[in-house]
Design a protein around this ligand. Structure first.
Ligand code: C2E
Ligand code: MG
Ligand code: MG
Ligand code: MG
Length: 282
């Protein structure tokens, strides 16, 4: 817990504080500064259609360009951003930048790509979310059909009725919704069908041990059939080997995202990659 004191809220260091609390507080201060200075950059990981070989979309993944420590992955700061609420501001920048970039690629003549943006729990529950999304789309001049929001299964299962309502409001803007890290929560078929979804993303943990773990292969196949039953597209995350890709194709999963095809890359590199693919396949 952050200690409140004085007019301006937060008192930084007191002698009684343990080392851990101090370093956490200084991290929070750094993160706050990073928001003010916008030290965040987006990398984009392509999603590939296995049979056509085409890139159908990209996922925007935030990184913190830390002035001293270099490029930091979201796992090192998103939890703290979530805890402090700064994730709402970071999420807003991410949305704006992702929409701007998607439009910029279109303006460069690339075939339109769906851009997926991760939405955190705090951000999803914030009343301003719908306005944030609408405003990001408008500022970028991006047609909403190209934006997809990724919500985690655990987030939407926390308050099913509330999530359904919010998701309908988002759908009304014209954006699509995917469930991220699917398979790790406890959604029932009957609950799932109530959400206005377009896509399920199979959690990386089920893909990682294919083909060694028969159980994971069974779960993966089951998610793919669930997707078919609900008429949802299914994307597998974290595909690293040819064998995994082949298993997925055999199971009927058409789309994947993973190091096998591409790591998350800076915008310019993704643009080049896609331009090259277009030149090859037409
Ligand atoms: P996620 O949304 O499930 O994103 C996929 C993560 O898996 C990314 O990690 C990506 O680099 C990694 N990945 C993709 N393919 C492979 C693979 O083949 N092998 C392995 N080992 N990893 C792979 P990253 O970029 O570190 O992001 C981690 C998580 O941070 C994301 O998981 C997402 O939950 C969160 N995150 C990222 N960007 C944002 C953001 O803008 N806002 C919020 N709220 N959360 C974000
Ligand atoms: Mg995601
Ligand atoms: Mg995921
Ligand atoms: Mg994940």
């Amino acid at each position: 817990r952050v200690k409140e004191s004085g007019r301006n809220g937060i008192q930084l260091f007191t002698p009684a504080m343990g080392e851990e609390a101090r370093s956490k507080l200084s991290r929070i201060e750094e993160l706050r500064r990073a928001v003010e200075r916008n030290e965040f950059v987006l990398h984009y990981q392509p999603q590939k259609n296995i049979s056509s070989g085409q890139v159908i979309g990209v996922e925007a993944l935030v990184r913190w360009q830390h002035p001293v420590e270099g490029l930091l992955l979201p796992g090192t700061f998103i939890p703290l951003a979530e805890e402090t609420g700064l994730v709402v501001l970071i999420g807003d920048m991410v949305l704006r930048e992702a929409c701007r970039q998607a439009r910029a690629w279109q303006d460069q003549g690339l075939p339109p790509l769906r851009i997926a943006v991760n939405v955190s729990a705090r951000q999803f529950l914030e009343n301003s979310l719908i306005d944030q999304v609408a405003s990001a789309l408008q500022a970028a001049g991006l047609d909403p059909q190209w934006l997809e929001l990724e919500l985690t299964e655990s987030l939407i299962m926390r308050d099913v009725e509330g999530a359904i309502e919010r998701m309908h409001a988002l759908k009304e803007l014209g954006v699509s919704i995917a469930i991220d890290d699917f398979g790790t929560g406890y959604s029932s078929l009957s609950t799932l069908r109530r959400f206005p979804l377009s896509r399920l993303k199979i959690d990386r943990s089920f893909i990682a041990d294919i083909p060694e773990k028969a159980g994971d292969m069974a779960i993966t196949s089951a998610i793919v059939s669930l997707g078919r039953t609900l008429e949802l597209e299914v994307v597998a995350e974290g595909v690293e080997t040819e064998e995994q890709a082949q298993f997925l194709e055999g199971a009927g999963c058409e789309m994947f995202q993973g190091f096998l095809f591409a790591k998350p890359l800076p915008a310019s590199e993704v643009g080049n990659l896609i331009a090259k693919l277009v030149a090859q396949t037409g």
